[in-house]
Structure formats: C-alpha cells, structure tokens
Write a new protein. Structure first.
Lengths: 230, 218, 218, 230
C-alpha cells in the first residue's frame, strides 16, 4: 500500500470550479488567505460565486479582487470593516452579505464537515443576530438553531504539505482553514512547501490528507503574502 | 484460513479502487490488506484516529500507543496521520470514507444491516459501526452466506436490531457476490465450487439473475 | 495617550487577576498589557487562534503569519499555543475565558451591551464580539463615559442593536468605576479629577452609591 | 507576563473529586487511558461516580478496577465488549449503561466543550439507537436531537506537557482526550513527560493550556500502560 499523490497545477485546480459555485476561503486578515488560488480564480473569471470567508480582506488584497471584478454575488462573513469596497457594494445592494458570529461560523463549518445538520446554541438569543433564525426550547431555555454550512469547494493555504495532502499551517494562519478543508466537497490547497511522504510526523499534522482533494505547490510568494505596513 | 475464506477475501480486495479511503471492519475484512498489490494507492482509516494504517505488527515490533480500532498493533505508511475521535468520525460522516467492508449478522434486501446486537445474548454497544455503515460512500458486507446453524443471513427483512437502514451496496460471501438494488438482491457472481441452486437455497429472499443468464465465477 | 486614558487603562489593568485567561478588545483594552507587572501570570487569548499572546512587535520584528485579532503583529510568550477558530471559540463559549475587556457604544443598567453596529452608519459585522461578550466569565467595559458629542453611554436602555444581553459586569470610564447589579448601576470608584455630581450628570440612568458614603478615588 | 504553573501531585489532583462526580476518562483501549489517575481514584475511593469513556477497558485494567470496587453507578460508553465484568454488572442491573455511537459521543463532548447545547443528526434514525431521543424535521428530513455532554472532571493522559498545561498525545493515544479535556469544568492531566515552558512549539500543541486545570508528571509507568499480549 502507498498513499496517493494529489499534486496538480494552479490552473488545473481552479479550473474545476464552475460558475455559480459556493466556495469556502481560508484566512483571517492576511495570514492563511490563499492569495494565489484567489488570483487564479480572478484570472479564470468564474461568475456568480458565493464566498464564505471570515473577512473581506483589505482593499487591493485577496477576495477584494473578486469583489472588484464583480465575480461575487454573495458573501457569508463575520466582519468586513477593513474593506470599504465590500461595505459600499453591500449598501448599494450589489453584494448580498450574510453576517455570522465568528465562532458560530466556525461551528457551522464544523457541523458541515462532520456531516451534522444543525446545532442549538444560546449565542445571539434576544439580539438582532438571531432574528429570522428558528428558535426552540430545550430544558426550559430558548435557543437558536444554526444550520450546518458546506460548500462545493474550499480554497486553503498551508505552510507545509506532503503529496497525499497532509497539511500544516503556520501560527495564526491556521484560523478557518482546517474546518473549511473539511466542509467542502472538493478541497483545493496551495502550500508554501511540499515535502515527501513521511517527512511530516503523523502526530504533527493539522489537517489529515483524506480531507484534501488537490494540492498546488507555490513558487515565490507574491507581495500579498507579506507584512502590511500600517 | 480455509480456501473458501481466502476466496472471499481475495474477491473483496477487488472492491478496493486506487485512491480510495477505506475502513476495514474487525475480522475477515482486515485480511483484505494481504490481498492488495504491492504499493497499491489506498488510504486505510482506523476510526480510533489514524489514516494511512499499515500492516499489523508482531508483539516485538509493536508501539504500545499505536493500535487500530480492533485493538491490533499496527504500523503506519509514510504519510500517515494521527487525529482525535472527533476528526475521525467527521471524516466518516462528512463523506470522505469511500468504502467500508463490514461483517454482518443479517442483511435485508433493501440494504438494512444488523451487525451489533443479539438481544439477550450479545449487546456490547454499537461502537463506531453505525456511522461507518450509514455514512461510507459504499458499504460492502463480507460474511459467510449462512450462520453457524446454516440459516440464511441474507433475508427479506432483518429480525435483529438494525445498525443502519438501507446502507449495504454489495454482499460478498463464500457462495456469491450479490448487490442490493431497488429490485432487491441481484446475483452478480458465483463462487467456483457452488451452484445457482445452492445459493438460492441458502438465501432468505428472492435473487434477481443477470438478464443475459451469464453468471461469472470468482 | 491622555492622562485620563492612562488612568482608565491603569485601573482596568487591576481587573486582571493572577492565573486568568483574558481577551482584550481592540483599542484601549489592548493597552492594558503595558500596565501589568513584569512576569505577571496571565494568559492572553486572541480569538484568531492564539493563547499566550505577548507584546506587540514593530514592523521589523514581525512574523507575517502572526497577528492578534485586531491585526497587530504580536509576539508569543514561552508556552503559547496556536489553534484553529473552532478551538478558539470553544474556549470562549465553553467557559475558559475568565475575563474580557471591551469597548462599548452603549451599556444598559441591566448589563446589555451595544458595541457592533450603528444602523445606517456602521455595520461591518459582529466578528467575535457577540461570543466574547455573552460568554466570558466576567465582562468589563472600558470606554469613555460619554460619546464624542457628550451624550451618556451608560443608559437605562440601549437604543442601538445589542451585542449581547445582560452581559456587562463592570464599566470603567474616564470618570468612574461602575458595577452592573440587580439594582442597576452601582458607583464603586471616582476618578481623581471629577465629582459625584459630574458623574451623575454624565450618566443616563440612576446610580446607587456606596451605603457608607465613602467613594474611593482612582 | 508569564504563563501560570499548574503542576500538582496525583493525590491533590484526584482529591478534588467528590462522591457523585461525573467524570470523563480518555482512552480507546489501552492507548490514552490515564491509568495512574484511575488508580488514585481507586485508592481514594470516591463513590457513586458517573463515568464517560469510549470503552470499559479489559478485565484487570483501567476503569475495570472502579467497576470491581463498586465505585461506578453509571457508565456512558460506546462499546464494552472486551470487559465481561461490565456486561455482567449491566445485565445484573448493578451498573447503569448508556450506549452512544462512537462519533456521536465525540460530537456530544465537542458540543459540551464548545458551549453548544445540542445538535441534529441523521445518525441512527430508524434504528433502536434513536429510540427515546427527541426527533425533529429539518428541510423535510427527520433528525435526532443529541444533547451536549459536559462533566465535572476529565481524566486525561498526555505524552508530553508543559507546566501551563499545553499537551501533546502520542499516536492513537489521542482519541477522546482532546474533547474530554475541553468538556470538563476541571481537567486533570497526567503526563509521561513534563517539559519547560516554550519547549513545545506553539504549532505542535494538541490541547492548548487554557483547557487544563491541574497537571501531574508520572514516574515510571506501571505495567498497565504496556503492550497487551493476546
């Protein structure tokens, strides 16, 4: 027995995505955002996309390119305060935005990845954030029903990977990437480093290979991956 | 292992396609590993928290912290990963398990599976079987055609408590390969040393035969 | 930073008890770090996936992959851990966060907090604030007593959309330290350079005074 | 700032547990079972305990001692097939046993640890395993409501830990330990090795320190931790 090789090219990986796809995108701010996969999605130009991402990046970075190009119809997110374009498009009715609490987004993705259907939580009860969501009682407590979130694709940024798709993330670049890799029918990964099978200790893997479908090794990193000077 | 069991296991090994993630149940299914070609690209999953399970190890080579879900000391392939039980069953329920091969007490012609409890005699708990059976993309039962008393295990309905409903895709026995279809059991292959009549007699429900009448042997 | 702000932050730093796990909101709360004694035993949590956050780093020392939830480049203490967003908020909702210090637009005398949205003007999304406010074991608001137009932020009821209901335990402002109690706002301390009358005038609800009439200064 | 020291003694750690406590115990078979913490619980003799553990170990190992001593009133578990004593006590009505699917137990603990209240799943629908559990419809599908599981204490076995309680597990000894550490009001950990703060890379930690309350370094391991000859 041996573990299968899932490495491919950037073009081929993103080429799997059709118009209208629902796509999870890792990252919290710059760390963990798969800028190269996003740039290829911009280049290929798939339309009418629904994106799920913690934030909308900042102007000129990451998914802001896809907002500017008009490829995004809908965004499920927790906070877009650092992207004035996203707020403007939302206010102009050109971008549908669904806000979700940050940890609730993480749990909705976990539920999706774990094949559960929904969960009950007291988070948001009695606030505008729970309006329109189903409520139900459990042991005398009023709870909100939050539904599982899955998608067709996930775009994931890893620090190191082997060819089977075992992944490691660096520092706070981990954030939403593990849950998103698990919650997609097809998980597409870019990695800064590709190592041989067996080079990652089995105890040190953040996302196990079975959750990954296709894997691209990055060349030299673009400026988008760098430090942001404020 | 008897010739009949060897034949069953060898036939079951052909269910494993390149690139699959596979969970093999305790007992006969575990033996499939020995029938895969050298270097065959497959990822074995052990639900106690391991992907990339390698062959079983002897006592002298064993790592006290490294077992499969059946408690056997195992090795790992290069590229294996350890994870917690939460991640392990997320893999199963989330649709990442391509195939599971399981034993059975009873199968019904609608694909119902009973393999965890015999009321009053055997009720150790369901463990991970329910999720494997209900959520693997493909469920193959590997079992003798009849029980120790010669009674059919393939029935029109299960009498024992179910593990999962309508989950079995294929049954491989010492006598035959049979698929569960919307029309019930469909005979696909016959073992070398048996007859159609013997299989029909040992099966507790009707069998659909191939329309061209040709039944391959295995 | 003005003297008033320095005083607020220094006072807020005294809310941090040895051994606590603490999340500091963006802005003034972040400044608390500079007011903790050298080697003080505390674990700072950043909800983007870090426990054991250390002081902010300059551009030249920064790691591009290592930010806090406000986007600042930070260091880590020996014994820090990185984790995913699922684990990070499990920590918050599961009761492992002893204290959060947050800013506020409005607080109500029953402890309601509004700090994420001003309809028509500011609606960037709630981020992690809702879970921090609702689930930290203790919620301290660190905020100016009035808004830029001089209007009270401490009200009988919030007019803005709530972040969480009945969550605030204490409010530390440039003028006072006020607790939220079953009887409403209770004045605990007065800033050095203010008067009881000034605090009452700047507060949009009734204040209970200490029964012994003695109000410590900070 | 510095991270607090949580190290203590075996006696002091287990001494926190009162009669009637509800206790999560890590382990799947031998790997990951906190045998030393269990032995101390046997020695101190707390009564009327509810235990949550994947399995009941084997005769003469781990929680079997607590079953034999009569300290356990109730066991929530997935499979007790390797412990004839557990089955006998159950059949004799001397031990209440609640069976749970293995991955469902993992998710119930996750929900408990994550402060959620319940989740909806299709696992077990139409089988005896769902009997007596609340059912409800979601998007036309009949689902089972599974409630979150928390406990007063967790007994956790780690391979390596630092004094703040950052933990690493070895191989398949990880199993239920991470979720259990998170789902207890008070997580008590035994570790084979205690290292200095900073000796564990922040990217390599399986259970972050904030989830751990008290930590005991083990001396030489007892025979229970060893290989089982079959």
């Amino acid at each position: 027995m041996s573990l299968p090789d899932k490495s491919t090219s950037l073009e081929e990986a993103i080429g799997r995505i059709p118009d209208g796809a629902r796509i999870l995108i890792g990252g919290f701010g710059v760390p963990g955002t798969p800028f190269a996969l996003i740039q290829e999605l911009l280049r290929q130009g798939q339309q009418s996309l629904t994106l799920v991402k913690n934030d909308a990046n900042e102007t000129g970075l990451g998914i802001d390119h896809l907002l500017a190009s008009g490829q995004v119809e809908r965004l499920i997110t927790t906070h877009i305060g650092l992207n004035p374009r996203a707020i403007e498009l939302m206010n102009a009715g050109k971008l549908q935005v669904e806000f979700c609490g940050q940890g609730i987004l993480a749990e909705r993705l976990h539920a999706g990845g774990a094949g559960l259907k929904a969960f009950l939580t007291d988070i948001g009860v009695g606030t505008e954030l729970a309006v329109g969501k189903p409520h139900q009682e459990l042991n005398g407590e009023t709870l909100v029903l939050e539904t599982a979130l899955r998608a067709d694709f996930a775009l994931i940024h890893a620090d190191t990977a082997d060819r089977f798709g075992n992944l490691r993330y660096a520092a706070t670049a981990r954030n939403f990437n593990p849950m998103m890799a698990m919650a997609a029918d097809c998980a597409l990964v870019e990695t800064e480093r590709m190592v041989e099978l067996g080079a990652l200790a089995p105890d040190d893997i953040h996302t196990p290979g079975p959750f990954v479908d296709h894997l691209v090794e990055l060349g030299p990193l673009s400026q988008e991956y760098g430090l942001v000077r404020r | 292992m008897s010739d009949a069991k060897l034949r069953m296991v060898a036939r079951a090994a052909r269910e494993v396609q390149p690139g699959m993630v596979v969970n093999l149940g305790i007992g006969l299914p575990t033996q499939i590993v020995g029938h895969l070609p050298q270097g065959f690209p497959v990822c074995l999953h052990s639900e106690n928290g391991l992907a990339g399970t390698g062959p079983v190890l002897g006592y002298d080579e064993a790592d006290r912290n490294l077992i499969d879900a059946g408690g056997a000391y195992v090795s790992t392939l290069p590229g294996a990963a350890f994870f917690d039980s939460l991640t392990s069953f997320a893999l199963v329920r989330g649709g990442r398990l391509d195939l599971t091969v399981l034993g059975a007490f009873e199968v019904a012609e609608n694909g119902d599976l009973a393999n965890w409890k015999i009321p009053g005699r055997f009720s150790p708990g369901v463990g991970g079987a329910i999720e494997l059976a209900q959520k693997a993309q493909r469920v193959v039962v590997l079992s003798t055609h009849t029980d120790r008393k010669g009674r059919p295990k393939l029935l029109d309905r299960c009498s024992l408590p179910l593990t999962a409903k309508s989950c079995v895709n294929r049954i491989i026995t010492d006598l035959a390969v049979i698929d569960v279809t919307p029309q019930g059991y469909a005979l696909r292959e016959l073992a070398e040393n048996t007859s159609l009549e013997a299989v029909q007699a040992a099966t507790g429900a009707a069998l659909t035969l191939p329309s061209d009448g040709d039944i391959p042997r295995f």
